[in-house]
Design a protein around this ligand. Structure first.
Ligand SMILES: Cc1cc2nc3c(=O)[nH]c(=O)nc-3n(C[C@H](O)[C@H](O)[C@H](O)COP(=O)(O)O)c2cc1C
Length: 308
């Protein structure tokens, strides 16, 4: 049975990756998960400098999901390279670094720094960050800004480039299309949905930042729909995520068109989920006589509609 998948020039041993921000910098989970068994470890988003993030409360449980406003806390790219990369390399992890910026120059500088670091397999571009030159609106909510940031980073690095799309737009597939035209090797989606929760007794917001991002099973059907729409439009691989908590969920995203998937919130509920996801996918493949997991991508069978 072949679980390997290709993301541009990158070959992953299986389609299961940790989602950024839900697996620390990888080493935090090294005692419970053999990092070398994951398709890739996608690390917490990195800005150029260290950032404290928002004050607590930063996480709220919601029905079938969770709301977070961490505020992209992080150790910055230089400390990551010095303190985290040596251990990740030693553990044999395939490392994808999620990068953030508040200007295009910040994105390109981080990309340049990471291009020279041994063991960085690809860059995931978190374009949900606020663009401070445009009044703080997220790069990923505007097609022109999305094209500019992806093109600029494309020129700054030979590493495989994976823009991560925000779902907080009307037509996410047009953003996937622009990312592809600007030179992306793949796109990943979805990031969290902008949301909020209120404590009615105090009439205060439950998060210090008032609004945050919704993740977990609550968002899965919307994420599956968005992955399906993007995969139909672009030729580059689509990496799907949003509420994956079982092998059936992995398969659902792949059938919708994902080449690989990421798992975020479910890892907080069950850090041992990885082995279960892999064995569940293998069991399905055995039952359906599937030799290579990549055969599953985009195989949705809509009654009455001809398959491409
Ligand atoms: C606590 C937390 C922190 C996150 N931090 C990041 C981040 O730094 N960069 C990023 O691109 N996405 C970040 N995300 C979004 C996740 O990577 C993922 O896109 C989203 O949670 C949907 O997947 P899930 O439902 O499996 O969690 C974060 C999500 C959570 C819950």
């Amino acid at each position: 049975m072949d679980l390997s998948v290709r993301i541009g020039a990158l070959r992953l041993k299986n389609p299961l990756m940790s989602a950024s921000g839900c697996f620390g910098y990888g080493m935090e989970y090294a005692d419970v998960v053999d990092l070398s068994t994951l398709g890739a470890v996608v690390v917490k988003g990195l800005f150029l400098a260290e950032r404290p993030g928002h004050p607590p409360p930063r996480i709220v449980e919601t029905p079938a999901g969770m709301l977070n406003a961490i505020g992209l806390q992080g150790i910055g790219v230089h400390r990551f390279v010095r303190e985290k990369m040596p251990e990740l390399r030693a553990r044999g992890a395939t490392v994808i670094v999620n990068i953030c910026g508040t200007t295009i120059d910040e994105y390109t500088e981080i990309a340049r720094i990471l291009s020279d670091v041994e063991g960085v397999a690809a860059l995931e571009l978190n374009i949900s960050c606020p663009n401070i030159k445009e009044g703080g609106i997220s790069f990923g909510c505007n097609l022109v800004n999305t094209r500019q940031v992806v093109s600029a980073v494309r020129k700054a690095t030979p590493l495989p480039l994976i823009p991560k799309l925000t779902p907080n737009v009307t037509d996410v597939s047009s953003f996937a299309h622009v990312a592809e035209e600007a030179g992306a090797d793949a796109v990943s989606l979805v990031n969290t949905f902008l949301a909020m929760a209120i404590d009615v007794e105090t009439r205060r917001p439950r998060l210090s930042n008032v609004m945050g991002g919704l993740s977990g099973p609550a968002i899965r059907p919307i994420a599956v729909r968005m992955v399906y729409e993007c995969a139909r439009l672009v030729r580059i691989p689509v990496i799907g995520m949003g509420g994956i908590a079982s092998a059936a969920d992995v398969l659902e995203f792949m059938i919708a068109g994902a080449t690989a998937v990421q798992v975020g919130t479910a890892n907080f509920v069950d850090p041992f989920i990885w082995g279960k996801l892999e064995s569940g996918v293998r069991e399905y493949m055995r039952r359906h006589g599937i030799e290579r997991v990549s055969e599953l991508t985009g195989t949705l069978d809509i009654p009455g509609e001809k398959r491409a």
